[in-house]
Design a protein around this ligand. Structure first.
Ligand SMILES: [Zn+2]
Length: 566
């Protein structure tokens, strides 16, 4: 018996050796374990998708065939990087945004209404017209759109359109009626109903009030979720993204991720953060799940939202909005509630990720975390999602937490350019110094993990890196960059989308760098992010995306991968 087992083991070893793949003819770049830049010219991975070796130009590379590697990928002299990681994504919403009406390119209310009417006529079978991406700021309206305006183009069916920031929704009269929202409806705590002078609902519902309508929208079926996941995965792969943090995983989302994993159809690694403590306990039970499906999926933490967003004036500020006196935004939890929810997660060793946009929300979150560090010690990596407006007075708190249990500033470079004019209007000149303050937070010891908040922004890491380096939009505005002291260096930007984003999800031992023992997640691109101009980085072309040694995207599907030699 013993002998047999031994033989089987040897056979397995031999099989592994036979199926190694060498990728060469590349200009390889990765963040090294010590945080510096490492370059390389070839890499070898085994048939379980684990990197075995990384070779410099002077290293001896094994030969193809017996005793060496079996498969060969010619990198054609291209740049090979670790797969990009989006540290703040909404996977299912990304899929649904691509499958429903997308208003993110609409330039005016009339343009949007035109698209909505056309979409409704093109989908006569859909009982609800659903969509997202609108932003009244881009329409230069100075107010929210109304139900009556929507009724003009879709009078017969409910319409529910989520704002670009997903912190408000726009309903037509049929949707308000289906939800039973009337002049008598009281705004729920942590929410607001935009109203007409006669107090009747105007059409837009903000933060928790949006649930009044959202809860009567038909629930997506399992097959809808599967399609949304597949759609999102394809979108990530073509942009060079191999892993994401899913910020707010519901139980149904999780089951869909599991369904995909069960049939080997997870093409992107998902670090899931459960939407609230209830989903957390239902998915994880007494603690984070293990890594599943060869490190493709894990639910390791909790996602909470402490406030809304600046665009819909739901972000919680210390002083009123500069463009709306009397309104300082809305906290979605009291300080006690927040502390209790975070405690519940931390005591079971879940990582905690909290959305905080306004300076009051950030201060409240930072003091709450600081208090919790006295109870929940060790390596916690407290995550602040967005950390968009932080009072410089509170910067030292970031440092305290960084030293106590680690802190992640999970930020989205493109929010800065998209929000610039809106943020200036909302905040006035005095509060801008702590807005989108990437470099300041880094200097305090926060680890910067970069992402897109997709579908709020497109999950394009290349635009993200370009913005992180310049704080300029695609037209180069403003010259010299907005609050340029908050730009980051290339290494920080590169790490923000790779090694640091993995660390932010406790995944640094799995992926995020090119190194032996880690998963072979890599991409081939045409632009070197360490030397190219930001304008060139912005237009980076992704040729191939590989996850765990398997190709998930190929811009040139006819390109030849050498067949194994016999
Ligand atoms: Zn988000």
């Amino acid at each position: 018996m013993k002998r047999l087992v031994l033989t089987a083991g040897l056979l397995a070893l031999a099989a592994n050796a036979r199926a190694d793949t060498l990728v060469d003819n590349i200009k390889g770049e990765t963040i090294a374990a010590d945080g510096t830049l490492q370059t390389f010219s070839a890499l070898l991975f085994d048939d379980t998708g684990i990197i075995k070796a990384v070779y410099g130009p002077r290293d001896r590379v094994p030969r193809q065939g017996r005793g060496g590697y079996q498969y060969h990928v010619d990198g054609k002299g291209r740049v090979l990087l670790p797969g990009m990681i989006d540290a703040h994504a909404h996977v299912m919403q990304t899929g649904f945004a691509l499958l429903t009406l997308d208003l993110s390119d609409s330039v005016s209310l009339d343009d949007a209404l035109d698209r909505i009417g056309k979409f409704a006529r093109a989908h006569p079978d859909r009982p609800w017209i659903l969509g997202s991406g609108w932003n009244q700021e881009r329409w230069h309206m100075g107010r929210f759109p109304t139900a009556a305006e929507l009724d003009r183009v879709v009078p017969d069916r409910p319409v529910w359109l989520e704002r670009a920031d997903f912190h408000a929704g726009w309903a037509n009269s049929a949707a308000l009626k289906a939800a039973g929202v009337t002049a008598a409806t009281v705004s729920p705590e942590g929410g607001a109903i935009d109203r007409m002078p006669d107090h009747s609902p105007a059409g837009v519902l903000i933060d928790h009030a949006a649930n009044l309508v959202a809860r009567v929208v038909p629930v997506p079926q399992a097959r809808d979720l599967d399609l949304a996941l597949a759609t999102a995965e394809a979108d990530f792969a073509k942009r060079g993204i191999t892993a994401v943090a899913d910020m707010g995983t519901t139980v149904n989302d999780w089951i869909a991720f599991r369904r995909a994993g069960d049939v080997n159809r997870l093409y992107v690694r998902i670090m899931a953060y459960a939407m609230g403590t209830e989903a957390m306990a239902q998915i994880g039970g007494s603690g984070p799940t293990p890594w599943l499906y060869a490190d493709k999926l894990r639910m390791g933490g909790l996602k909470l939202l402490l406030d809304g967003a600046l665009g819909s004036r739901g972000a919680w500020l210390k002083a009123p909005y500069a463009d709306q006196p009397g309104n300082s935004g809305t906290p979605l939890y009291s300080e006690t509630q927040l502390g209790n929810l975070m405690s519940r997660a931390a005591m079971d060793n879940y990582q905690v990720a909290v959305h905080a946009i306004g300076d009051k929300a950030n201060e409240t979150l930072l003091t709450t975390i600081y208090d919790l560090t006295h109870t929940y010690k060790g390596d916690r990596r407290w995550r602040i999602e967005h950390a968009q407006v932080v009072d410089p007075k509170n910067f030292p708190l970031v440092g305290e937490i960084a030293r106590a249990g680690g802190v992640v500033a999970s930020m989205q470079p493109v929010h800065q350019t998209s929000d610039r004019l809106m943020a200036e209007a909302r905040l006035g000149p005095d509060r801008l110094r702590g807005a989108y303050a990437w470099n300041s937070l880094k200097q305090q010891g926060a680890v910067l993990a970069f992402g897109s908040d997709t579908p709020v922004e497109r999950p394009d890491p290349w635009i993200g890196i370009a913005v992180a380096l310049t704080r300029q939009d695609e037209t180069g505005i403003p010259a010299g960059g907005w609050q340029p002291q908050e730009r980051v260096d290339r290494l920080t930007a590169f790490a923000g989308y790779t090694s640091a984003a993995a660390w932010a999800g406790f995944a640094e031992g799995k992926f995020g760098r090119i190194a032996p023992g880690l998963r072979a997640d890599f991409i081939l691109v045409d632009t070197d992010p360490m030397t190219a101009t930001p304008e060139a980085i912005r237009k980076t072309r992704v040729f191939q995306t590989w996850v765990g040694g398997g190709k998930t995207y190929d811009a040139e599907p006819d390109a030849v991968v050498a067949k194994p030699k016999r």
